[in-house]
Design a protein around this ligand. Structure first.
Ligand SMILES: Nc1ncnc2c1ncn2[C@@H]1O[C@H](COP(=O)(O)OP(=O)(O)OP(=O)(O)O)[C@@H](O)[C@H]1O
Length: 259
């Protein structure tokens, strides 16, 4: 992890400062999704977030993405308040949301078309990103021709193609089978260890959170808040069968159950 000072945060610093998000509901009422959330995700950190349904995990992602604005407090990336959505803060969702009329390669190239890269550079970058997620041979395929796991890999490659300082992931591997999900986790770790991007990763799966995370934020409800932040002190590369990971899983499960 790079060093950071309060005045000059390193690229990829995400900061929540006493953040509250209250939504207006369709019946005219209000729901406070999260309250008093303060958290700094350090540059190059892979931070995972777990907690019961409705504790505000997705809300945190949407705030950093700029898809929502906080009702109180501040959400900053690299010391600047998030002004709105931007390609440099991409979100990988549970559904890959690929354009069905574009090939895998064109889907990955899509975000790059808003940059001033040449066509040759865009094609090269798209091909490299697909290769980095194990899809070097699938660039010409359309989404309907790809499995769920392959589609999610294209979504990951598309997000990474713009070389964002932060990558936001909202249960990205929640809709694939367990085996594919494990493969995708390892793909992510391999890309992350090479690029050292900051990753904010929301999941329902405590095993996934512990296996991936440098730290795991455990949230509680009513309203959503941070209960505890657990540092996963297990060296990488990690072994899924490491008893230390099982201990962390148990501890986090107890924290959530004691909600
Ligand atoms: N657009 C919205 N309008 C009104 N209420 C909302 C909106 N989005 C979320 N909420 C409410 O805010 C709270 C937090 O929702 P959020 O989706 O962030 O939680 P979550 O932890 O991601 O849930 P899950 O694990 O079920 O996906 C919930 O009570 C939800 O009903």
């Amino acid at each position: 992890m790079a060093t950071m000072t309060a005045n000059h945060p390193s690229p990829g610093t995400i900061r929540f400062d006493r953040v509250e998000k209250t939504y207006q509901t369709t019946d005219g009422g209000y729901t406070t999704a999260v309250a008093d959330v303060s958290l700094t995700v350090e540059p190059g950190e892979l931070l995972t977030v777990v907690g019961p349904s409705g504790c505000g995990k997705t809300t945190l992602i949407r705030l950093v993405a700029g898809l929502e604005a906080p009702t109180a407090g501040r959400v900053q990336v690299d010391g600047t308040d998030v002004p709105g959505p931007a390609p440099e803060r991409p979100v990988v969702f549970q559904e890959p949301r690929l354009f069905p009329w574009l090939t895998a390669r064109e889907n990955v190239a899509f975000g790059l078309r808003e940059t001033d890269h040449t066509e040759a550079k865009i094609r090269q970058r798209a091909a490299e990103q697909l290769k980095s997620v194990g899809l070097g041979d699938a660039g010409g395929a359309y989404p309907t021709e790809l499995s769920g796991g392959m589609k999610q890999r294209v979504g990951l490659a598309r997000a990474l193609a713009v070389q964002p300082p932060v990558l936001l992931m909202d249960e990205p591997f929640g809709s694939v089978d367990a085996h594919t999900s494990r493969d995708l986790q390892d793909d992510l770790l391999s890309v992350w260890s090479r690029t050292e991007r900051t990753v904010l990763f929301v999941t329902h799966d405590i095993g996934e959170a512990v296996y991936l995370g440098d730290r795991v934020v455990v949230m509680g409800t009513d309203p959503g808040h941070i209960r505890e932040t657990v540092t996963v002190d297990v060296a990488r590369p990690r072994d899924r069968t490491d008893p230390a990971l099982a201990d962390y899983r148990e501890r986090i499960l107890e924290l959530i159950d004691g909600n």
